[in-house]
Design a protein around this ligand. Structure first.
Ligand SMILES: NC(=O)c1ccc[n+]([C@@H]2O[C@H](COP(=O)([O-])OP(=O)(O)OC[C@H]3O[C@@H](n4cnc5c(N)ncnc54)[C@H](O)[C@@H]3O)[C@@H](O)[C@H]2O)c1
Length: 382
């Protein structure tokens, strides 16, 4: 693996919990011995990388090599993105990399993450292999394990090397609407799956955001003093923004604070039968979004949510690459016709919105529905 791509080995749970359709079996099969050994150490071990040379993790720190570094574009941001091994997350990461950003991926699907980081991205993003400082890093991390999440964020901060996370995309999730096995909520056995939805789709983004916060705050911001109404933005940040006046737009991201993007779903506001776990957690994420927007304001941090509709990303994975599957191959014409836009969504639609939100400094606490207008069509019977 080239030095510009850094990947940490997995933190696996000592006891794998009851299997869920979304838990990749290959993660579970990664040596249990290794898993047990690693639980006694730091959950993410930056010196143990998929690349044979562990020294590559420190590549950006030596003087000689600093001289060889290519300048990053001025708009380049440090982005942490969960669930980036496949699907929507992979497309968002790819486009951010193509547009000059640095990206650190978190995922628990080891083979898919390895393929994404070692093969897919270097092939898809020009100059990534030789980029210095490295632009793509990753860590195996289970969002349902807070220790794993915290360790992965520490690995991300080490990777970026400048103490800043500018953008967090909470994308990973159990992306399946209904209960497995055709069950309904009446079946007591869905409880395990219910908890998995809550842990992955709701607690996961909360813990990941909590871990990233210290690195996302605006320069000069500090915990609020005095009554709550005084808590929005620290005095220093407020002053700086006032002084800048119309030049507010020119404030750098570090002066401004970071940006959180939460990937919810249009299922947060509408349901089909048997999607209680998915709908509840995606709706819960909207509550978390506006709460974090208000709480984060004191540190200059914005939080927004995207509610995707039907985004076709089945081909965005190792199998899809190997079989040269394309977006158009996977969808029936009928599905396209159901949308006001005449087509279902591309992963690119979501990545464009993420990038827009990264620069939309007057937007916080909001929800952007990206569903091709499908939710605006009145049903005949209604
Ligand atoms: N594709 C769509 O049509 C669509 C529509 C609405 C919302 N969304 C949302 O977009 C996001 C991505 O969806 P997708 O279609 O790409 O799904 P996907 O299943 O292809 O990708 C999800 C990724 O999250 C990872 N992940 C799942 N649980 C994890 C955990 N516990 N720890 C770490 N990583 C974990 C998976 O390994 C995978 O790489 C999800 O939050 C989903 O709910 C997708």
């Amino acid at each position: 693996m080239p030095s510009s791509l850094v990947c940490c080995l997995p933190f696996l749970r000592k006891e794998e919990k009851s299997s869920l359709a979304t838990k990749p079996s290959s993660t579970a099969t990664a040596s249990k011995d290794q898993s047990e050994k690693q639980t006694q150490q730091s959950p993410v071990t930056p010196t143990t990388t998929i690349t044979p040379s562990s020294s590559k993790l420190t590549k950006t720190t030596t003087t000689t090599e600093t001289a060889e570094m290519t300048a990053l574009p001025p708009h380049s941001r440090n982005v942490v993105l969960s669930g980036g091994a496949r699907g929507v997350g992979r497309v968002v990461a790819r486009n951010l990399l193509r547009n000059g950003h640095r990206v650190f991926l978190l995922d628990f699907d080891v083979p898919e993450l390895e393929h994404c980081v070692s093969t897919h991205m270097p092939d898809a993003v020009e100059g990534l292999r030789d980029a210095s400082p490295p632009r793509l890093g990753s860590a195996v991390c289970d969002l349902r394990e807070p220790d794993s999440v915290r360790a992965a964020v520490r690995a991300a901060v080490d990777f970026f090397g400048d103490g800043h996370i500018d953008v967090l995309v909470n994308n990973a999730g159990i992306a399946r609407a209904g209960w497995t096995g055709g069950r309904t909520m009446e079946d007591p056995s869905v409880m395990d799956e219910w908890r998995a939805y809550i842990d992955t789709n709701l607690t996961g983004p909360f813990v990941l955001t909590q871990s990233c916060l210290p690195y996302m705050k605006a320069e000069g911001s500090h915990p609020p003093q005095g009554p709550p109404e005084e808590s929005f933005l620290s005095p220093e940040v407020k002053d700086r923004i006032k002084q800048q006046g119309e030049r507010d737009a020119q404030l750098g991201p570090r002066q401004r604070g970071g940006c959180i993007v939460n990937i919810s779903s249009f299922r947060a506001t509408q349901s089909q039968a048997d999607c209680e776990g998915y709908a509840s957690t995606k709706a819960g994420l909207l509550g978390l979004n506006h709460a974090m927007a208000v709480s984060g304001a004191r540190w200059g941090i914005r939080s927004n949510a995207i509610l995707p509709g039907y985004i076709e990303v089945q081909h965005e994975c190792r199998k899809g690459d190997e079989s040269e599957m394309r977006w158009a191959d996977t969808v029936e014409e009928e599905r396209h016709r159901q949308h006001l836009t005449g087509r279902i969504g591309f992963g690119r639609d979501i990545s464009d919105a993420v990038e827009w939100l990264m620069g939309a400094n007057f937007v916080s606490g909001q929800e952007i529905v990206m569903d091709g207008g499908v939710s605006k069509i009145k049903h005949a019977a209604a």
